[in-house]
Ligand binder design. Structure first.
Ligand code: NDP
Length: 255
């Protein structure tokens, strides 16, 4: 039985990852800055394989809280895997981005991947090995993205950090990979559609159409598209993959 912690899993992609992993027989520890949202995710997980999925409040900016979650889960079940999914975005033209926004974006999207990754790896290494997946972005591979400069910086950082973690943690048996989604229909995208429509002086429908036309497979990405790739990376089918940044974007960006 694999026990996996997911951050920011009170909605969007994190909730889809929790659902996919529970369906595949993982015990899932759903964490989010909003405990009620985490509990709502747990309430809809399959209990076919595991009856006791957990919900915990975790603000990923708090390294001590991350360590507590890792230790608590390990003591109860043994911690096998950790998914750093929590992330934020705000669309603002580069010249108008305030220092406080840069600090907030980098702290949640990048520094927290670092500190949560440490918390997870310390515990998983003690057990003799496991897996970590970091959710990066298509915007971690190309900066040609409007009004998301701080986000782009954070996600390029996640891909580099993933490689550094994979390199150092290989010797303690931990595989570390990142996943790079494209235009995923989540609450984050709903907010971005409104911001981008306003910044381009157009409608949200027109922006959504832009995303569609930018995607050769001609549909918006679903959270489950990402979740299935995370499940693969956590599985033994990926046992010789580490340090990778797997694109899952319908062809919207090919590198
Ligand atoms: P959502 O905003 O829909 O969900 C993110 C979740 O993270 C929310 O439940 C949010 O809580 C939570 N969260 C925010 N801040 C913190 C924090 N400090 N500690 C813990 N949890 C927190 O985003 P998505 O599901 O779309 O995104 C998930 C990941 O995928 C992110 O890393 C994002 O950058 C990445 N991604 C998303 C893409 C997309 O198109 N949607 C594309 C590429 C990558 P609350 O709602 O209460 O703030």
């Amino acid at each position: 039985m694999t026990t996996t912690v997911i951050t920011g899993a009170g909605g969007g992609i994190g909730r889809a990852i929790a659902t996919e992993l529970a369906d595949r027989g993982h015990r899932v520890v759903v964490t989010d800055v909003d405990l009620a949202a985490a509990e709502a995710t747990v309430a809809q997980l399959s209990t076919q394989h595991v009856a006791d999925h957990w919900a915990r409040r975790l603000d990923v900016r708090d390294p001590r809280a991350a360590a507590t979650v890792a230790e608590e889960v390990d003591a109860a079940h043994g911690l096998d895997a950790w998914v750093n999914n929590a992330g934020i975005s705000a669309m603002v033209p580069f010249l108008d981005v305030e220092p406080a926004q840069v600090e907030r974006t980098l702290s949640i999207n990048l520094a927290a991947v670092f500190t949560c990754g440490q918390a997870a790896a310390r515990v998983i290494a003690r057990r003799g090995g496991g897996r970590i997946v970091n959710i990066a972005s298509m915007a971690g591979k190309q900066g040609r993205v409007p009004y998301l400069s701080d986000y782009v910086a954070s996600k390029f950082g996640v891909i580099g950090l993933t490689q550094a973690m994979a390199f150092e943690l290989a010797e303690v048996g931990i595989r570390v990979n990142s996943v790079c989604p494209g235009y995923v229909a989540t609450p984050m995208q709903d907010r971005e559609l409104i911001w981008e429509a306003s910044l381009r002086d157009t409608t949200t429908e027109a922006v959504r159409d832009l995303y569609l036309r930018d995607t050769p497979l001609r549909r918006l990405e679903e959270p489950r598209d990402v979740a299935k790739v995370v499940a693969f990376l956590l599985s033994d089918d990926a046992e010789f993959i580490t340090g990778e940044a797997i694109a899952v974007n319908g062809g919207a960006f090919m590198d």
